[in-house]
Design a protein around this ligand. Structure first.
Ligand SMILES: Cc1cc2nc3c(=O)[nH]c(=O)nc-3n(C[C@H](O)[C@H](O)[C@H](O)COP(=O)(O)OP(=O)(O)OC[C@H]3O[C@@H](n4cnc5c(N)ncnc54)[C@H](O)[C@@H]3O)c2cc1C
Length: 362
């Protein structure tokens, strides 16, 4: 770790020991992946039941952090496209919470235009040699494995020369550098790959078909990126604070909070629509973009309302004796900014809704 980053706190939801201890308790009960088949360590429940579970967990402000990528999109992608060996090897590590997974898609010069990625994997006998870099990698500080995209055919059209790999991050040649978010916390970082040798079992699906699998992962990511439980809890906290503060304090905020209550209900319905598509065996596409766009922008609006309700007290950081409601809005006002970037920006979601959803020409 770069010495100047030592001493900076982790983003609240990323504190590794707290997260590990909590997820181990869930694992003991078999509750990590409710919607996965029982043979792979899940509970054999449906996507809607998993959504209900996730809503309750986020309403309770239970730690989540790295469960999202592992349970919501890495695992399901492996279940869909992996060999039986890959499933047996990787899925129990998730449901026992022995291994944390990170997503290696974005690169310093490839974000929205992900198919332009430059990290390469070149065949060497049966192995692959990986070179390049991945950036903005959430949970990179404590992840053990990464699912990643690398270019395996530089001559092919850009979408057709990409393969999907599963990488052991303890492999020689892998290095990591944490990055600070705008709240001054460590939540993501950059990986560098210098002649990293990957065995044949690292390739998921067919070589050069990685883009098509990655679009499934991204659709599942946008479906799972959040649910409305946390937003509902925030509204409840604010209303409870205003009920205690009296009618004069509450009056200026009534209409705004009522509007948010409606928006949270809309987000809940959108979540159920997405979960129903997954429950029916489909992969939501523009529906997942609609949910991701609406909820990430709603979270920003609710954070701004929180600051307006709490006034100067709301802007105080954790540790101040004058903070209110655990300083949650001082942090979320900053940390929700990235919600409309991570998992694909709002502009990209609008492009998807306009073209694939509304059928407008590109
Ligand atoms: C908190 C956080 C966590 C993240 N975690 C991960 C992770 O774990 N793994 C991972 O791989 N990546 C991760 N990312 C990266 C994220 O996926 C990218 O930041 C995102 O896809 C945008 O890419 P970019 O940052 O390169 O911006 P760019 O693609 O350079 O976009 C810059 C601006 O141009 C706009 N733009 C670009 N193309 C278009 C277009 N066609 N039409 C309209 N507007 C356009 C964008 O909307 C944006 O406003 C994370 C990002 C954040 C903020």
């Amino acid at each position: 770790m770069r010495p100047e980053l030592e001493g900076f706190p982790y983003a609240e939801e990323e504190e590794p020991e707290r997260l590990r201890a909590f997820n181990r308790k869930l694992a003991e009960k078999g509750w990590i992946a409710p919607a996965w088949p029982a043979e792979y360590g899940g509970m054999g429940l449906g996507a809607v039941e998993q959504l209900v579970f996730g809503e309750e967990m986020s309403y309770a402000r239970a730690p989540n952090g790295a469960r999202g990528p592992a349970v919501g999109y890495a695992g399901p992608t492996i279940i869909m496209y992996g060999t039986e060996d890959q499933k047996r090897r990787h899925l129990p590590g998730i449901t026992n919470w022995d291994v944390v997974w990170a997503q290696g898609f974005s690169e310093p010069n490839s974000g929205s235009d992900l198919a332009s990625l430059q990290t390469t994997a070149v065949r060497d006998g049966d192995d692959w040699i990986l070179n390049g870099s991945k950036i903005w990698t959430s949970h990179g500080h404590y992840a053990g494995w990464m699912y990643l995209l690398a270019r395996t055919d530089s001559e092919a059209p850009k979408h057709r020369g990409i393969s999907y790999f599963l990488l052991d991050l303890s492999s020689p040649g892998v290095t990591f550098q944490p990055l600070l978010n705008m709240a001054g916390r460590k939540g993501f970082g950059q990986f560098f790959f210098d002649n990293v040798r990957m065995p044949p079992g690292a390739l998921l699906g067919e070589a050069n078909r990685g883009w098509y699998m990655a679009t499934t992962t991204l659709d599942l990511e946008r479906s799972n990126i959040a649910n409305a439980g946390a937003a509902r809890r925030t509204i409840d906290d604010l209303c409870s604070f205003l009920r205690d503060s009296g009618s004069k304090a509450a009056a200026p905020h009534r209409a705004r909070l009522a509007a948010h209550a409606v928006e949270v209900q809309v987000a809940t319905m959108l979540s159920y629509r997405v979960a129903s598509i997954i429950a029916g065996g489909g992969v939501p596409n523009q529906e997942a973009s609609l949910l991701k766009l609406f909820l990430s922008e709603l979270d920003q609006r609710i954070s701004a309302t929180g600051l307006a309700v709490l006034g100067l007290h709301g802007a105080l950081m954790p540790g101040s004796p004058y903070e209110r409601l655990h300083a949650q809005f001082a942090l979320t006002y900053l940390t929700t900014v990235c919600r409309t970037i991570a998992g694909g920006t709002s502009e990209i979601q609008r492009n998807i809704i306009a073209t694939r959803g509304l059928g407008l020409p590109r």
